[in-house]
Design a protein around this ligand. Structure first.
Ligand code: 5RP
Length: 220
């Protein structure tokens, strides 16, 4: 089974968690794209969606799903998104697609975060995937020095500007055994918009695609 087939299977499995006629949050990336395709096949689709990126908003509309501004909703029943890594507690690294800040905003609105991944994303400790950090452009060099002092090897994702007009730094070489603490630490540095660590608000449920089927993990 290919990785795309595993992603399609988890995207399909996530439909079980989509409430009828409500507003849901939709993530960004190739797995989220499969989820959008699956959503479009529903007989009773959600009323609308809050998108975690411009790319997702465009794709949702192309599939006939109404997109609403995050400012118009107080809560979402569910947020469905992929991840770059997920640990056994449900902490994640996200942002490989550069949408980390809006993903975190939409996740914060949601009662339940359903993470959809193929099994290659499961890790015992986060950090093999370089941690994305969204930074206000004038703070880039300073934040890179601070990330180096933390033991990482930061790399500026040159040529990429986020939907929010900021730059991205990818930090390799971090072994993140305390994700909640590291998220809080980096997030407080002036100039950091957010990190790709989703630890304070982690996944509630992971749907993990294996060749043998979709495994469901629930996190306390
Ligand atoms: C985008 C993300 C994605 O969820 C993450 O990069 C996983 O992507 P994919 O589903 O393509 O493997 O965080 O910012």
């Amino acid at each position: 089974m290919t990785q795309d087939e595993l992603k399609k299977n988890v995207a399909q499995a996530a439909l079980t968690y989509v409430p009828e006629h409500q507003i849901i949050g939709v993530g960004t990336g190739s797995t989220a794209n499969f989820f959008i395709e699956a959503l479009a096949t529903l007989k009773a689709p959600p009323y609308a969606a809050v998108a975690s990126s411009e790319a997702t908003a465009t794709r949702l509309r192309a599939h006939g799903i109404k997109v609403v501004d995050a400012n118009t909703v107080e809560r979402l029943a569910v947020y469905v998104d992929g991840a770059d890594e997920i640990d056994p507690q449900g902490h994640m690294i996200k942002g490989g697609g550069g949408a980390l800040t809006r993903e975190k905003i939409v996740a914060a609105l949601a009662d339940r975060f359903i993470c959809i991944v193929d099994s290659s994303k499961q890790v015992s400790t986060l950090g093999k995937f370089p941690l994305p950090v969204e930074v206000i452009p004038m703070a880039r060099a300073q934040i890179m020095r601070q990330l180096t002092a933390l033991g990482g090897q930061p790399r500026w994702r040159q040529g990429v500007i986020t939907d929010n007009g900021n730059v991205l730094i990818d930090v390799a070489g971090l072994e993140i055994s305390k994700p909640v603490e590291m998220e809080a630490l980096i997030t407080q540095w002036p100039g950091v918009v957010t990190t790709g660590l989703f630890a304070a608000r982690k996944a509630d449920i992971a749907l993990v695609g294996h060749p043998t089927g979709v495994h469901t993990q629930t996190f306390a």
